[in-house]
Write a protein that binds this ligand. Structure first.
Ligand code: ADP
Ligand code: TRP
Length: 326
């Protein structure tokens, strides 16, 4: 079974990314042949600063490796190191109905957001984004694609494109199955909305201790006194986060004390910070070690690209033969 997923290099890893995407992906690496890549071509549709892209690429690589991606198990690479994927994108685009792309929520949302701002930023790449994603998936004969709910429609487009190509030119591509991570709850941000870079409510995994402590202490609470019993303790934002980073009995104990009255929010958040800091201590140590050795990280990505490219070349050739390009 081949498992494939990609992540855009788009900024510092936060608790939502970690529990929603990275941790499940890392756990899956033992379940089959995992291919994980840094979607830097995709990032070009909305990020235009080369230095930032370079930095984010390295950051994602460090984050993934520090959090437990095992390069001996998973093939880990940069999307653009397998340029065959862009060739397949063109081939696939010729069997992709335009209407299919125009109906994508993610495209419509981005277009609506940019429309009032700068229409020139509604570039062709934003529309073609799902075709590149289909090529990413199909070029490795992927069976399973673990993604968040927001990517579900893109997976449906991939399947549509694969079926269309197979109908037109004969059985060529494996039809992939999405694995939607519904089981992973949405991690709330410091303000109670979904944690997201776009909302400015994130708690990062790596970074300066003082800054991160301040973020944890800024988690929004109500104005009830410590003594007041809180029957809604299970909804408390700090408790929800504590459940992710502390042993279950610790989270339960805090929740009980909150419900009974007596535990103040300040103390609760201090305890949360301690557990959060400890939870990522090992990853933090590994990341510092890796960051001091960027050549080692580049080497892993290079070796990953070599393996990915060998497979991609075979599948692309299959598509070229099927469509008479050989
Ligand atoms: P952001 O919203 O911060 O820009 P992205 O959209 O880049 O994050 O998400 C990258 C990955 O992390 C996706 O797979 C997404 O499903 C997951 N993710 C992001 N935020 C959360 C969250 N608050 N809870 C759970 N998963 C999340
Ligand atoms: N579009 C995905 C995201 O923003 C990243 C991605 C690109 C991807 N290509 C992929 C995910 C292929 C899974 C498979 O999260």
């Amino acid at each position: 079974m081949r498992i494939l997923s990609g992540i855009q290099p788009s900024g510092a890893l936060h608790l939502g990314n970690y529990f929603g995407m990275m941790k499940p992906a890392i756990e899956l690496q033992t379940q089959g042949e995992a291919y994980y890549f840094i979607a830097n071509y995709h990032s070009m549709t909305s990020l235009f600063d080369p230095a930032q892209r370079r930095q984010h690429q390295m950051d994602v690589a460090l984050d993934f490796l520090a959090c437990g991606l095992d390069p001996a198990r998973a093939v880990f690479f940069k999307q653009s190191d397998v340029p065959e994927v862009t060739e397949l994108t063109w081939i696939l685009s010729t069997v992709t109905p335009l209407g299919l792309l125009e109906r994508c929520h993610s495209y419509k949302d981005k277009k609506a957001r940019l429309a009032g701002d700068d229409l020139d930023r509604v570039n062709h790449g934003l529309l073609a984004y799902p075709v590149l994603m289909a090529a990413d998936i199909l070029i490795y004969d992927s069976n399973i694609v673990p993604v968040g709910r927001d990517q579900k429609q893109h997976l449906e487009v991939t399947r549509d494109i694969a079926v269309k190509f197979n109908l037109q030119y004969g059985e060529t591509f494996v039809i992939p199955e999405p694995m939607i991570r519904d089981a992973v709850a949405v991690v709330p941000g410091t303000d109670g909305q979904k944690m997201s870079k776009s909302y400015g409510n994130t708690i990062e995994i790596f970074g300066d201790e003082k800054v991160l402590r301040k973020k944890v202490m800024s988690i929004v609470m109500d104005s009830r006194t410590p003594q007041e019993p809180k029957p809604d303790a299970d909804q408390n934002l700090a408790i929800q986060t504590l459940r992710l980073v502390a042993p279950p009995e610790v989270a339960r104990d805090c929740e009980d004390r909150l419900r009974a009255g007596g535990l103040g929010y300040g103390d609760l958040k201090k305890a949360l910070f301690g557990h959060y800091w400890d939870y990522f201590a090992e990853a933090r140590r590994r990341r510092a070690e890796l960051a001091a050795n960027p050549d080692y990280v580049r080497d892993i990505l290079c070796q990953g690209a070599r393996r990915a490219r060998a497979l991609a070349t075979t599948v692309l050739q299959r598509a070229k033969v099927a469509s008479g390009l050989d």
